[in-house]
Design a binder for this molecule. Structure first.
Ligand code: SF4
Length: 425
């Protein structure tokens, strides 16, 4: 029996697909890519914007056309929010919301159904355990899910509605998976969740998680996106400590450089607070790099607000910015507001993307002449490529087999989103 996975959306979805993929393998299935026919297709969906919903519907239809005999299971955030829309697509056999999605095999029908089986349970508020070890796609970096849900109700975001209240993974249970991933040879673990800085289970917080993982001697522990107000001094201390394996990297979603917009978004900080934290973190953590997310064209954003965001990224030590065009999402508090034209939203997004490109060039240029450690991920178009501890993408040439090794590379030329270097054997 063959199964393939199509994962849309965030790193958390990727890590959940990895867990499910392993549970299928344990039940005797082979994983295939989407070029080969399959007996089961799993679509792990995203609903962060209405554009994501429409992408999910297109993917589902495309898969059904390509695999008319396969059992089609749709799971995850859009399955939670768009239960009815998905079940009306002809050819879907199973729709599972977020609470039960990791138990997919329990609900999978043995053959194609006339009408889809629907599973949507109330999302639990309790801490959770996961008993399967994730089957990561790459061989170097594995995601480790430590948290789910969010209690912050940002005005543009549907995630708390579809993933429920903030809750953490049982501490001992996450260590079991981490140990196994280390034994499988992964060199980097990426902590994932919706709002991971709020992790709190049985008296343990994210600092305890970092310390326990560091003791496993995995070379790198990376914190994925984390809300600025949830980062403790202890987390920065660990990034600054040369004997701790937590890498000096922060992805700190800023969302807007305007106080007016931050307030309308119900973010938990002002622009001044974000700036003050940013410089404090740079002072404290040697070699730190900081990336951010911004949303352009929210209903409350004027041209002046947008200029503030642009200037903010230009003037402060932000090394790259992921720019997202605001897309209205039913169920959020922003949805009933008057929306600005899509053309303007896209124009603003493009300007931030151009600015981010310049910032990445500056980031690379700042490091020229340095020799950095790169965890080599893959070879593509004749170049090995991988990331530094502070998440710079580096490419270089070598005939040696270097996948999943940490090697030294002298940086020679910034090329925008990556830096060209020379391998130092
Ligand atoms: S912090 Fe805000 S943007 Fe992030 S998941 Fe929670 S509600 Fe959504």
């Amino acid at each position: 029996m063959k199964v393939n996975f199509h994962t849309l959306g965030c790193r958390l979805n990727q890590s959940e697909s990895a867990i499910l993929a392993q549970s299928f393998i344990d039940s005797g299935y082979d994983l295939t890519d989407d070029k080969s026919p399959s007996d089961v297709c799993v679509i792990n969906t995203c609903t962060v914007t209405s554009v994501s919903d429409s992408k999910c519907r297109n993917s589902i239809r495309k898969l059904i056309r390509k695999n008319p005999q396969a059992r089609i299971a749709v799971i995850g955030c859009y399955a939670e929010a768009g239960f009815e829309e998905i079940s009306s697509i002809e050819g879907v056999d199973l729709v599972i919301g977020n609470e039960e999605k990791l138990n997919l095999l329990k609900y999978l029908p043995e053959e194609k159904l006339e009408k889809p089986r629907l599973v949507k349970d109330k999302i639990s508020k309790d801490s959770f355990s996961i008993d399967t070890i994730g089957q990561a796609t790459g061989r170097t970096r594995a995601s480790l899910k430590i948290q789910d849900g969010c209690d912050f109700i940002c005005s543009f975001c549907i995630i708390p509605r579809v993933r429920g209240r903030a809750r953490g993974r049982d501490f001992d249970n996450l260590l079991v998976e981490a140990k196994e991933l280390v034994e499988r040879g992964y060199k980097e673990l990426v902590l994932t969740g919706v709002n991971i800085g709020t992790y709190e289970v049985g008296g343990k917080n994210i600092e305890h998680v970092l310390d326990a993982l560091s003791e496993l001697y995995i070379p790198r522990i990376r914190i994925s996106s984390i809300e600025p107000t949830t980062i403790t001094e202890g987390v920065l201390d660990r990034m600054a400590d040369p004997n701790h394996n937590c890498v000096p990297y922060l992805h700190l979603p800023m969302q807007s450089g305007s106080d007016r917009v931050l307030k309308a978004m119900r973010r938990h900080y002002s622009k001044a607070e974000y700036i003050s934290f940013l410089y404090h973190a740079y002072d404290k953590v040697p070699g730190l790099s900081v990336g951010t997310d911004v949303i352009l064209g929210t209903p409350d954003e004027t041209e002046e607000d947008f200029q503030e965001t642009l200037n903010f990224i230009k003037e402060h030590p932000i090394d790259y910015a992921h720019a997202f065009t605001y897309s209205e999402r039913e169920g959020t508090t922003d949805y009933p507001k008057k929306h600005i034209p899509m053309g303007e939203r896209k124009q603003r997004t493009d300007l931030i993307r151009n600015m981010s490109y310049q910032k990445q060039m500056e980031f690379g240029a700042r490091h020229l002449g340095q020799t950095v450690s790169v965890l080599v991920e893959e070879k593509s178009n004749g170049y090995w490529q991988g990331h530094t501890e502070n998440f710079m993408l580096v490419k270089f040439k070598s005939r040696s087999k270097l996948e999943n090794q940490i090697v030294e590379v002298a940086l020679e030329e910034p090329c925008g989103e990556w830096v060209l270097g020379k391998y130092q054997p």
